[in-house]
Design a protein around this ligand. Structure first.
Ligand code: PEP
Ligand code: MN
Length: 350
């Protein structure tokens, strides 16, 4: 339930509504807006009769939120949420944020070379894994703490904010010390304990869609993070398990406009994991931008043939440079711009 206050409602009116919600046994969440305040009711309010609140002083309307998710829904918050990970790097405000880098941090030379290359091409964030969720326990699992240190070094060298994955509760705290944005991977989308932990940590979160998750599942997972008081969540479409071996996954571009209608949270697309095939990444990245994604996540490696993970889908730096040029043109055609790297101006990056 959401109680929308009148534009002339007083603070006392809002307090009285909060008291009424508490009296029903729920937690009120006042959300001051530019025009008016709304007060949300947190909890399982399916059986609640809040009709008497509609008659209280200062109340314009009582809306029953019909979706299973509440705080992530557009019913709850009509305006887009803007998630800022570094000065000038924001998702959801109209600019397209390009996150790029190797799947895994492998060495100092590798990550610095990659960071410089993606920055020069115009990416505005460096994405690379120190902790890697691998399908096989025998595959490279990431450099761990050393990888985080190398990411911090790459940020000092290039100024690019860092997006990197946390796999468990203890790891989330360690990752949060370095990351500007904590990635929750597809395999952990329904790790509710981890979702609560990153909700409590409060740093921006990149929440990837599980490989068999519905859009409602994805939004309910985001709800766990918001329910802990962290509204800085960016969703990510990364492909679904399918039956066709031509691609690694089925890249669900429709999820972008579907999520944008259902939720105020930004949504980005990951054509690298979405396709699993290098040659398919540029066309699907272009398509995702055309579909209105708030950003793109692209794997780029200085020498993909030697990558310790996801080399087959990693772009060569030159390919990424060409792709960035194309993405700027497509963004322009739909009235958007590609966010510049932090510390540069759009003209320099463009
Ligand atoms: C990754 O981002 O490198 C990754 C492992 O992705 P996903 O969780 O989407 O499989
Ligand atoms: Mn990867």
């Amino acid at each position: 339930m959401l109680v929308v206050m009148r534009t002339d409602a007083t603070a006392a009116n809002v307090d009285a509504v909060c008291d009424a919600i508490r009296a029903l046994g729920f937690t009120p969440v006042p959300m001051p807006g530019e025009q008016r305040t709304a007060v949300g009711l947190i909890g399982n309010d399916g059986q609640v009769d809040g009709s008497h609140i509609g008659g209280m002083a200062g109340v314009a309307q009582v809306i029953n939120v019909t979706k299973p998710y509440k705080q992530v829904s557009r019913e709850w918050k009509p305006d887009n949420t803007i998630v800022t990970i570094a000065p000038g790097v924001s998702f959801g405000g109209g600019e397209l944020v390009v996150m790029a880098g190797p799947c895994s941090v492998e060495s100092e030379v590798q990550i610095l070379t990659a960071a410089r290359a993606v920055r020069a091409a115009g990416a505005s964030a460096l994405r690379g894994g120190a902790y890697k969720p691998r399908s096989s326990p025998y595959a490279f699992q990431g450099l761990g703490t050393k990888g985080l240190q190398l990411l911090a070094l790459a940020r000092r060298e290039t100024g690019l904010p860092i997006v990197t994955e946390a796999m468990d509760d203890a790891g989330a705290h360690e990752v949060a010390e370095v990351a500007d944005m904590i990635q929750i991977g597809a395999r952990n989308m329904q790790n509710y304990s981890l979702l609560r932990t990153v909700g409590k940590i409060g740093k921006p979160v990149l929440l990837k869609r599980g490989m068999s998750a519905t859009i409602t599942d994805l939004l309910l997972s985001a709800e766990y993070i918001l329910a802990e008081g962290n509204p800085h969540v960016v969703l990510c479409e990364r492909g679904l398990r399918g039956f066709d071996t031509a691609t690694h996954n089925i890249f669900d571009l429709t999820a972008i406009p579907v999520v944008q209608r259902a939720s105020h949270l930004p949504i980005v697309a990951d054509p690298s994991h979405g396709t699993g095939v290098r040659a398919l990444v540029p066309p699907m990245a272009r398509a995702a931008v055309a579909a209105g994604a708030d950003g793109i996540l692209v794997e780029v490696h200085p020498t993909p043939e030697r990558a310790r993970s996801d080399g087959a889908q990693s772009l060569y730096p030159e390919q990424f440079t060409d792709l960035m040029r194309e993405l700027r043109t497509i963004a322009d055609a739909i009235g958007r711009t590609v966010a510049p790297a932090p510390g540069t101006t759009a003209a320099v990056a463009g």
